[in-house]
Design a protein around this ligand. Structure first.
Ligand SMILES: Nc1ncnc2c1ncn2[C@@H]1O[C@H](COP(=O)(O)OP(=O)(O)OP(=O)(O)O)[C@@H](O)[C@H]1O
Ligand SMILES: Nc1ncnc2c1ncn2[C@@H]1O[C@H](COP(=O)(O)OP(=O)(O)OP(=O)(O)O)[C@@H](O)[C@H]1O
Ligand SMILES: [Mg+2]
Ligand SMILES: [Mg+2]
Lengths: 165, 157, 157, 165
């Protein structure tokens, strides 16, 4: 299983509908300071069910929606879709392609979809947890946090390993 | 439980191996704080860069700590496969020589799986199969340009 | 007290100026949380990179935050002279273009005083008057090689 | 006033007596990971009176003494001398050159000197405070800490500014 495509629209600095086709293997994301690289990582965390706005460097929920620029108005919602290639059946769903979508409106309304079927946030979070994806599974390391694993106490570290096992 | 002990022992073996590869020497280990009580014990990290004396992790340099953490990360990934990993500037503290070692390791020995790695380092970029440039031609608005490296050479998409 | 208000107002002016120089545009300000109660009020930092909308500092990128902090550091140093400053890898998060802007600023406009700056960045090294190389020819033992740049060019010491 | 020279012996990775002649102006310290650059910064903090071993990345006081390497035995003490050019009279002492020395033995014994006259740690700390030097005065920024100033609350920041004024 791998991350086939990411579609971002209205999420943080992605004012324009943006599609990123990822290849299996090693992809490097590069660009100047402030261009939006870590925002891509945030988009992936967010669509996978991240609930703490602090973990997305925000202070209020609507911080994930494009706030506008000097030339552009703010947008009304943020939407991210994660397209996973599931031809190896890694995800416990009978689709060879699984699309997870999350939408958040300024009104505070949220929408969650798995393969275009509405679901709850919980369903997405559980799907991700069952398949060992996300920050707890070491699959996402945020900027400035690489040596965080060295800072935990021996006991905390055991808990982390227990979950990983 | 048995699963946990097995996982720990595999990560332990891989951590020592990968550390030695990334540091081109030295030694590091995961150590249980209580060998007689493995299911309750905490997990200590012992690290000793080549030629140096074993010391508290906190005394290691920024770059040494980053490389040690990278070794542990890869050890875990090798044992507990993750379909994809998103790594945001994990090479930021590394000097030129260490970035090259990291990039080589990534290219040749990284645990199988998909890696999406954000970086400013040229050596890390050269280890990638595909490059995605993020720019803000228009201030405040992110745009992506994708460049794939394949057998025939670069090909802008 | 009067001293404090004067200091704040000078740092405020310098911060806005230096931020504009380092970011080549944009704006930033120090703002009192309570204008009517300046001696008790907290000090907020407002920062807006060029062309972007003003947002919470936490949403800024790693490099933008570093450059903003550098602008504030220099603003304080310009007002409250420090005989010497020791800066350990403050340019670590900056991309190539920003490292060059930082290095240029350091060379041409840095507040007077002595700077001892630890760095891995070539542009920052080229802004220096003297270079000190730290090595470990013998593992675990630091050794210093000093190279001075003067009007006649490099001269190893 | 400026930092003229630093003499390090037995402090952390400086097993050999090391002298660094600084010039007034901009000095860059460069070298590979783990070579000892930040240790130089630690040495300067320490000789200026830093008391918290945590702020020097250690866990016990004797962590500042060279602990040995694969080939070398540990040393018995750490010593750092900071030579300040005082020709402008910036420091309230009648010397044109002021030397601050700190020595720490494995036994736990400490020695402090200003121009080779024994003094207390307090004397060094007060001298540094009066002249606005040290971490509180923004003159020392540790590795990884550059954006720390952005993290303080508005109230904390005011306190910092009050001390700076
Ligand atoms: N809701 C939002 N609306 C508009 N812009 C936003 C929003 N949230 C964040 N941004 C902007 O996104 C930019 C940060 O992007 P990001 O953190 O992805 O940069 P980066 O490419 O990782 O840079 P660096 O190399 O410095 O880490 C900031 O300038 C910030 O103002
Ligand atoms: N008491 C000690 N005895 C011997 N070696 C020590 C002692 N304390 C620290 N060290 C060693 O000093 C090294 C760290 O040095 P330092 O932090 O100065 O590196 P650095 O040059 O700043 O590297 P980086 O570029 O990665 O930040 C570590 O390898 C550590 O083991
Ligand atoms: Mg980033
Ligand atoms: Mg360092």
């Amino acid at each position: 299983m791998y991350l086939k495509r990411l579609e971002i629209f209205g999420f943080k600095s992605f004012a324009e509908k943006t599609e990123i086709q990822f290849s299996d293997g090693i992809s490097a994301i590069v660009g100047p300071n402030g261009s939006g690289k870590s925002n891509i990582s945030d988009a992936i965390c967010w669509v996978m069910g991240e609930q703490s706005i602090k973990n997305l460097r925000g202070s209020k929920l609507e911080d994930v929606i494009f706030a506008g620029s000097e030339k552009r108005k703010p947008l009304g919602y943020a939407q991210v879709s994660l397209v996973l290639d599931n031809s190896d059946g890694y995800l416990p769903l009978s689709y060879s392609e699984v699309v997870i979508t999350r939408k958040f409106y300024r009104s505070g309304e949220s929408q969650f979809l798995i393969n275009n079927n509405e679901c709850r946030l919980k369903d997405i979070q559980e799907l991700m947890l069952d398949t060992g994806l996300g920050k707890e599974a070491y699959s996402i390391i945020s900027q400035g946090k690489v040596d965080e694993i060295l800072n935990s106490s021996p006991e905390q570290r055991r808990l982390i390993f227990e979950e990983a096992a | 439980e048995k699963n946990f002990l097995e996982t720990i022992s595999k990560v332990k073996a891989n951590f020592s191996l990968i550390y030695g590869q990334l540091f081109e020497g030295g030694r590091a280990e995961l150590v249980l704080t209580d060998e007689d009580n493995p299911l309750e014990a905490g997990i200590e990290i012992i690290a000793q860069p080549p030629g140096k004396k074993q010391q508290h992790l906190s005394l290691l340099s920024g770059g040494e700590r980053a490389l040690t953490a990278i070794a542990l990360l890869f050890a875990i990934l090798r044992v507990k496969k993750s379909p994809f990993s998103i790594l945001d500037e994990i090479d930021a503290s590394l000097d030129e020589a260490n970035v090259r070692r990291f990039a080589d390791f990534l290219k040749k020995h990284a645990p199988s799986g998909q890696y999406i790695i954000i970086t400013h380092q040229k050596a890390t970029m050269s280890a990638a199969d595909a490059l995605y440039g993020v720019t803000m031609e228009e201030a405040g608005v992110s745009k992506i340009i994708s460049v794939k490296f394949d057998e025939e050479g670069r090909e802008a998409v």
